[in-house]
Structures are given as C-alpha cells and as structure tokens.
Ligand binder design. Structure first.
Ligand code: HEC
Length: 144
C-alpha cells in the first residue's frame, strides 16, 4: 500500500509548513480578509443604490463565507505589532467567537431576505451586519 503512506507523508509535511509559517503572515492574512469584508459591504451599498438584488445577495453570501475564515486567523501567538488586535481576544475567545457568529448570521439573513423578497427589506439586515463589525472592533481593536 504505497499510496496512503505517501499521502500521510505529504499531510505531515503540510502540517509542518503551516506551523512554521510566521505569525506576520497570519496578521496580514486576517487584515486582507477584513479589507475584503469592507469591500463587500461597499459592494452591497453600491448594489443597493443601483437596485441590483442578485449582486447584493452574492456579496452577502461571500461575507458569510468569509466570516467562516476569521477564527483560525487569530492564533494565540499573533497579538503583537503590527497587529492592532487586543490580546484580550485570547482570554475571551468565546465572546470573540460570538461576534463572528453575529457577522455570519447577519450576512446569511441579508442574503436570504434578498433572495426571497428582493431589496424591499434589506435595510434592517444591513444595519445589523454593520453593527456586528462595529461591536467587535469597539471591543477588540486597540486604539492607535
Ligand atoms: C470578531 C471580530 C470582528 C468582526 C466581526 C469584524 N472585525 Fe474587522 N477587525 C477585527 C480585528 C481584531 C481587527 C484588527 C486586526 C489586526 O490588526 O490584527 C480588524 C481590522 C479590520 C480592518 C483593518 C484592516 C487592516 O488593513 O488593518 C478593517 C477594514 C475591518 N476590520 C473591517 C471589518 C468589516 C467591514 C467588518 C464587518 C463586515 C468587520 N471588520 C468585522 C475584528 C473584527
């Protein structure tokens, strides 16, 4: 059985490379993810202004998927400059996770609403979505 053993070797190597990756990469990666979230919010605003329901729904779905990528990008050893993330996230990971859930649920609810009834009821969902960003930032980003 050569195949599986070869595969296990490859998986071990991948694990090793992931662990060896610098935390600077993780910080940059989560910042890029945050900027992508901000781009999608902007996209939702634009779609709303132009009355483009499908575009709004698609951006909201992307945001729900992006929310699913947030937590692993905040490992315990990644709270140092240039990051502005509060080290308290480590001790309060449950609370932090709760904000990620808010984000994901708000994005999903927005997408579902647009899917079912176009842009008619989108505003309260968008407000909730933006509140999820703001609440987490208020608590977990260090002031300059
Ligand atoms: C669960 C908490 C949480 C949620 C929810 C969240 N953010 Fe963030 N965000 C952070 C943290 C922590 C940082 C600081 C990251 C760092 O510097 O390491 C950050 C940083 C950012 C940045 C700065 C990125 C950079 O280049 O330095 C932007 C822009 C941003 N967030 C946008 C958003 C938007 C838009 C949303 C909502 C759609 C959102 N965030 C939701 C925690 C969150």
């Amino acid at each position: 059985m050569k195949g599986p053993r070869w595969l296990i070797g490859l998986l071990l190597l991948c694990g090793f490379l992931t662990a060896a990756r610098g935390t600077a990469d993780v910080i940059e990666e989560r910042r890029a993810l945050m900027r992508a979230l901000a781009d999608n919010i902007q996209g939702i605003w634009n779609g709303l202004a132009r009355g483009e329901g499908p575009a709004v729904e698609s951006k909201a779905k992307q945001m729900a998927a992006q929310a699913g990528r947030v937590l692993p990008l905040f490992p315990p050893n990644s709270f140092h400059p240039p990051s502005r993330a509060q080290p308290a996230i480590r001790e309060e990971f449950r609370t932090f996770e709760g904000f990620v859930d808010d984000l994901k649920q708000a994005a999903e609810a927005l997408a579902a609403s647009v899917h079912q009834q176009g842009l008619a009821e989108v505003q309260p969902h968008l407000t909730r979505l933006m509140r999820s960003c703001r609440q987490c930032h208020r608590r977990y980003i260090q002031p300059y």
